[in-house]
Design a protein around this ligand. Structure first.
Ligand SMILES: [Zn+2]
Length: 229
């Protein structure tokens, strides 16, 4: 997805004139439209999501911080990791978080046959359901790899595809401060933030969480689960 930061920072006088023009156009548009009801999109809600777990090492650390700050999040878990760490998945659900489907073994779903796609999703559903009592309704394709075939296959299994709008690239371990700065610079109302609790050394993500949670709360944000029934 394109970077909202780039769009928020026009540079130079030409950019400034464009920005003024955009403001005038926006003002005109507001005048021309009928009064709108309170905009849900403007609510200061942020959706934290954690991918690639459960990890016996990092997921409990993430859970402890979320609990400390009274925050709930959505976890997109990998089926084979659930099979290896079922108690961790139970703990995630027991603390009120949402556990959703991130495939069985993290392939690029665009490269799979329909039957292999179904195996990846339904095997993961079964493992998660066995631990949480709930079948995921949301699917996050690994790498954000989506095309028409993936959308169609997901819809055929009753899955809603959920991607993200803020990606601090925490998986690449850019350092705690970079993760904090990238999230805090980019979050706006309705943002879906991609973080990782599994798939490798996630100590930087864990270290960044307290400042991220504290700062977003101080800005008036609340934290919600993605709408995966
Ligand atoms: Zn992933």
């Amino acid at each position: 997805m394109s970077s909202p930061r780039a769009a928020d920072r026009p540079r130079g006088r030409r950019a400034a004139r464009l920005a003024v023009g955009a403001l005038l156009a926006a003002a005109t548009a507001v005048v021309a439209l009928p009064a709108a009801p309170a905009q849900a999109a403007e609510a200061k809600v942020v959706y934290l999501t954690f991918d690639d777990g459960p990890s016996p090492r990092y997921t409990p650390q993430v859970l402890a911080l979320l609990s400390q700050y009274g925050v709930r999040a959505t976890f997109f878990e990998i089926g084979q990791n659930v099979a290896a760490n079922p108690a961790v998945t139970r703990q995630v659900a027991a603390q009120g978080h949402s556990v959703q489907n991130h495939s069985w073994s993290h392939p690029d779903l665009r490269k799979l046959s329909r039957s292999a796609f179904q195996d990846q999703v339904t095997a993961t559903d079964a493992r998660i359901r066995a631990q949480t009592g709930t079948t995921p309704t949301c699917l996050r394709p690994p790498y954000g790899g989506v095309n028409g075939t993936v959308r169609s296959a997901a819809a055929g299994l009753g899955k809603s595809i959920q991607l993200w709008s803020v990606d601090p690239q925490d998986w690449a371990r850019p350092g705690r401060a970079a993760i904090e700065r990238r999230v805090l610079n980019a979050v706006k109302p309705g943002s879906v933030v991609l973080l990782h609790d599994g798939g490798g050394d996630r100590s930087q993500t864990v270290a960044a969480l307290p400042a991220v949670l504290r700062t977003l709360k101080s800005r008036g944000y609340t934290f919600a689960l993605l709408p995966c029934r």
